[in-house]
Ligand binder design. Structure first.
Ligand code: SF4
Ligand code: SF4
Length: 364
C-alpha cells in the first residue's frame, strides 16, 4: 500500500480506506473479522459516524486493541454546541477510546445548517474546544450536494478535510464545479464517499462480470475512476465482507489510474448495467430513517422508484406493484423532518417522497 498525505492534517493514510457505514448490517464477529483483515492488509483509516447505529461500538470491540495501527474518523450531526459535545462523549464511550483523529461536522448540506454550526453556540465551537483539549486531532466537515456551502467550508479555513460524494456519474457536480481542486488549493484532505453510490455501482452479487482490474468491473472501475482524480486523497467504500476488503485493497497493488480506453469501457458498462442513476440510487437502504412516526416505509418507497426508473418497460410493473403493496404510502409523510438528521446520505426525504408518490401513482 502506498500511503498519501491527507492535506494539512499531515496524516499518511491508505487511499482505499474503510467505510464503516455498513457494519450495523453484520454481526460483531463478522465486523471484527473485516476490520482486522483491513488492518492486516494495510488499511489505516476507518471512517464512521455517531448515527451509523452500532458501527462505533463494533469498531471499538473489533480493533480497539490495535488502536495505534489506524486513524479514526467519526462524525456528529448535532448542530449546536451542547448536542455536539454530547455526541462526542457518546462516540468515545461507544468506541471505548479516548481520542478521535478526525471529527467531522456531518451533512452540513444547506445554508441554514451552515449558519447554525458556524454561528455562536454552534457545533464548530464544540469541535474547536475538543481539539484544544486534545480529545480530537482535526476538525473536518462532510457535505452533500450543496456546492455553495462546500466553497465556504473550503475557503473559511476552519476545516482540515472535506468529505463529499464523487463517483463516475458525478451527479453532485463536485468535479464539474472544481470543488476537489479548490480543496487542494487550500491544502485540505479530500475524502470521497459514495464512490459506489451506496452500493448501486456494482453488478448484482450473482452476476458479477470481471474486468477493469477486479472481479466486478463496475466496482473496480468506479473506485479507480475516483482515485484517478488528481485532487482525491482517499475513498472510503463501505465494506461488510472480507472478500470486499481483499478485492478493494488489491486495486492498490499497485494502483493504476484508468486509461482512456478503460474510462470508455466503464461508461459503457454503466450504461448497459443500469440506465440513469438518480436520487433513488443515493438511498443506501440503511433503514436509519426508520421508524417514521407516520409509519412511512422510506427505503421501500425509494426502492420502488428505482425499479420504475431503471427496469425495462415490461418489468416496471414490479415497482408499481411494490408501492401498491405498502400499507402506508409516501403521501402520509407530514414533513416533520425527524428522519433528516438520521439519513447518512443527506437526502431531502420529505421532498423526495412527494415526487416518489407522483411517480408511483402514475402507472401508464
Ligand atoms: S419527514 Fe416524513 S418520512 Fe421523515 S419522519 Fe417525518 S413523516 Fe416520516
Ligand atoms: S432514506 Fe436515508 S436513512 Fe433512509 S434508508 Fe435511505 S439512505 Fe438510509
Amino acid at each position: 500500500m502506498q500511503y498519501v498525505r491527507l492535506g494539512r492534517t499531515e496524516l499518511e493514510v491508505s487511499p482505499i480506506s474503510f467505510g464503516a457505514i455498513k457494519l450495523p448490517g453484520i454481526s460483531e464477529d463478522e465486523a471484527a473479522e473485516c476490520l482486522n483483515r483491513a488492518l492486516d492488509l494495510g488499511i489505516n483509516f476507518i471512517d464512521t459516524a455517531r448515527n451509523y447505529r452500532d458501527s462505533e461500538r463494533k469498531i471499538g470491540l473489533g480493533v480497539g486493541h490495535r488502536r495505534d495501527e489506524f486513524y479514526l474518523a467519526t462524525k456528529s450531526s448535532a448542530r449546536d454546541y451542547d448536542g455536539a459535545m454530547a455526541d462526542l462523549e457518546k462516540s468515545l464511550d461507544e468506541l471505548q477510546m479516548d481520542y478521535i483523529d478526525i471529527w467531522q461536522l456531518h451533512t452540513v448540506s444547506d445554508e441554514e445548517t451552515w449558519q447554525k454550526v458556524m454561528g455562536p453556540g454552534g457545533a464548530l465551537e464544540a469541535a474547536r474546544k475538543a481539539r484544544d483539549e486534545g480529545t480530537i486531532g482535526h476538525v473536518s466537515i462532510t457535505i452533500h450536494r450543496a456546492i455553495g456551502v462546500m466553497r465556504k467550508a473550503i475557503t473559511c479555513g476552519e476545516f482540515e478535510t472535506i468529505m463529499l460524494c464523487y463517483n463516475p456519474l458525478d451527479s453532485e457536480n463536485v468535479a464539474a464545479e472544481g470543488i476537489l481542486e479548490l480543496a487542494k488549493e487550500h491544502d485540505m484532505g479530500t475524502i470521497v464517499m459514495k464512490a459506489l453510490s451506496g452500493g448501486q455501482l456494482a453488478y448484482p452479487k450473482d452476476q458479477r462480470i470481471p474486468g477493469l482490474g477486479g472481479p466486478d468491473a463496475i466496482v473496480a472501475g468506479s473506485l479507480r475512476w475516483v482515485l484517478s482524480h488528481p485532487a482525491v486523497d482517499i475513498v472510503i467504500p463501505g465494506m461488510q465482507a472480507v472478500h470486499e476488503v481483499e478485492e478493494n485493497v488489491a486495486l492498490m497493488d499497485p494502483f493504476e489510474p484508468l486509461t482512456d480506453e478503460e474510462r470508455q469501457e466503464l461508461v459503457q458498462r454503466l450504461a448497459e448495467h443500469g440506465g440513469s442513476y438518480r436520487y433513488e440510487q443515493q438511498c443506501l437502504r440503511c433503514g436509519y430513517c426508520q421508524p417514521c412516526p407516520q409509519g412511512v416505509p422510506v427505503p421501500e418507497i425509494f426502492k420502488a422508484v428505482q425499479i420504475v426508473a431503471n427496469y425495462p418497460d415490461d418489468l416496471k410493473y414490479l415497482g408499481y406493484d411494490l408501492y401498491e403493496s405498502l400499507e402506508v404510502g409516501a403521501d402520509a409523510c407530514v414533513a416533520c423532518g425527524a428522519c433528516l438528521e438520521k439519513c447518512p446520505a443527506g437526502l431531502e426525504i420529505p421532498e423526495l417522497l412527494q415526487s416518489a408518490h407522483e411517480t408511483l401513482t402514475s402507472r401508464a
